[in-house]
Design a protein around this ligand. Structure first.
Ligand SMILES: [Mg+2]
Length: 414
């Protein structure tokens, strides 16, 4: 029976059968590109790496980090791994379509993060087999370097001026910080004064700064905050309202000249579509480890260009997701800037370079990172360390995000 033969209603096909059908379908005779193994590794600080190896011994790395939901994604990856054994790793679009479309239930952060991790690893493999960086496979380079921004402050930001000076000395010209601590639906307007002061301080030393509202600020305060910030010209405001409110975002959009960015909690072209069609954002921020990997992020970026929307990949994640995001940046005309997690507040126990053997490729020069030249993603992974760390991490509870409650005990947005 061919892999394309519909199954009778009521029958089920074991994953091993599907894999066998697919192996027959894609390869008549020995094919070194068939998927041999898919593994995942949960490591500090809060990252989830995917490793795919082909029958020919080529190894690709992906990243499926979904902050605070590691075990959910691992479950999805286990399910995917048993289905894909024997599939041709070179047929990325076919595998993506199978994982996304064929499975009936689709979308959402868990399934899409698992697919993203697989997809990124497959692009790494393809680049390594063909001996070219991924940006060559995406149409070639459109720039020589990718602008990046670093974080200052944490969830409860203070001393931002000192931190901004450190970022400047590290080579950054742009930074991002949280706009507020946890905040109520309607809070005292005084809660916003600090935000304005901090932005002014960071800008006083010549840095540009984006402000991440983090979906913490609701409509009654968001409209006040953008008005207060406007004279200080932030680079952008991020998630000024929670996703799921495109009409309310459009109202806010019409009240301010500050560029509005959003997208880390949107997955696939279907999710971004209403925001594009309504014209309520200026910058889309797909997270390559959640949005559908390199395949889907590139398509979101191309779609955005038709609406004059810039692309700023969200990436407070590890080196594999960062390298994948840069590959989009090198090959995408409407790319604007990429987030970089180096020395960010959540990197406890390990940092962006910990699991890399070639960290020099991520050197920040004048606020940007040079073209990655090595085949595949361009990062060399210390597999021995990852296996050791994952074995240690398996004895610990995976990272979960902090719980914020208001003075009245009610749960607030993180
Ligand atoms: Mg954000």
């Amino acid at each position: 029976m061919s892999a394309n033969t519909p199954q009778p209603i009521g029958s089920s096909t074991a994953a091993a059968d599907i894999s066998q059908q697919q192996a027959t379908f894609t390869a008549k005779g020995a094919n070194p590109h068939l998927i041999k193994t898919i593994e995942n590794f949960s490591v500090r600080p809060r990252w989830l790496f995917v490793r795919i190896e082909t029958e020919g011994g080529v190894v690709g790395w992906g990243e499926a980090t979904l902050e605070g939901h590691t075990e959910a994604v691992q479950g999805s990856l286990r399910d995917i791994a048993r289905r894909l054994k024997g599939w041709d790793a070179m047929n990325i679009e076919d595998i993506y379509t199978y994982l996304y479309r064929h499975r009936f239930y689709r979308g959402g952060e868990v399934l899409m993060s698992a697919i993203s991790g697989i997809d990124i690893a497959l692009w790494d493999i393809k680049g390594k087999i063909l001996g070219v960086p991924v940006w060559q496979l995406l149409g070639g380079k459109v720039r020589e370097n990718c602008p990046v921004y670093g974080w200052i402050g944490g969830d409860r930001p203070s001393d931002v001026l000192e931190q901004a000076k450190v970022r400047k000395a590290q080579g950054f010209t742009r930074v991002k910080m949280n706009a507020t601590e946890s905040i109520g639906w309607l809070d005292s307007p005084h809660a916003l004064d600090e935000t304005v002061k901090r932005l002014a301080e960071v800008k006083s030393i010549g840095l540009d700064a984006g402000l991440d509202f983090h979906g913490r600020v609701h409509k009654p305060l968001a409209k006040q905050l953008v008005k207060l910030l406007e004279p200080h010209r932030p680079l952008f405001v991020e998630e000024p309202l929670l996703p799921g409110h495109p009409n309310e975002m459009k109202d806010l959009y019409n009240k301010t000249s500050i560029p509005i960015a959003l997208g880390e909690r949107l997955f696939t072209r279907e999710d971004v579509r209403p925001y594009f069609e309504l014209g309520c954002i200026d910058i889309i921020q797909p997270d390559i480890a959640h949005a559908g990997g390199i395949s889907e992020t590139k398509k979101i970026a191309t779609m955005a260009e038709a609406y004059d929307i810039g692309v700023a990949p969200h990436c407070p994640l590890g080196p594999v997701a960062f390298a994948a995001s840069l590959q989009i940046g090198f090959s995408t005309p409407n790319f604007v800037v990429c987030e970089m997690s180096w020395k960010m507040h959540y990197n406890v126990g390990a940092d962006l370079f910990t699991y890399m053997t070639n960290p020099d490729v991520f050197a920040v020069k004048n606020g940007a990172i040079d073209l990655l030249m090595a085949p595949g993603l361009g990062v060399e992974i210390n597999e021995e360390l990852i296996r050791k760390e994952a074995a240690e991490a398996s004895k610990l509870e995976p990272w979960i995000n902090p719980l914020f409650r208001g003075d009245d005990g009610s749960v607030r947005e993180w």
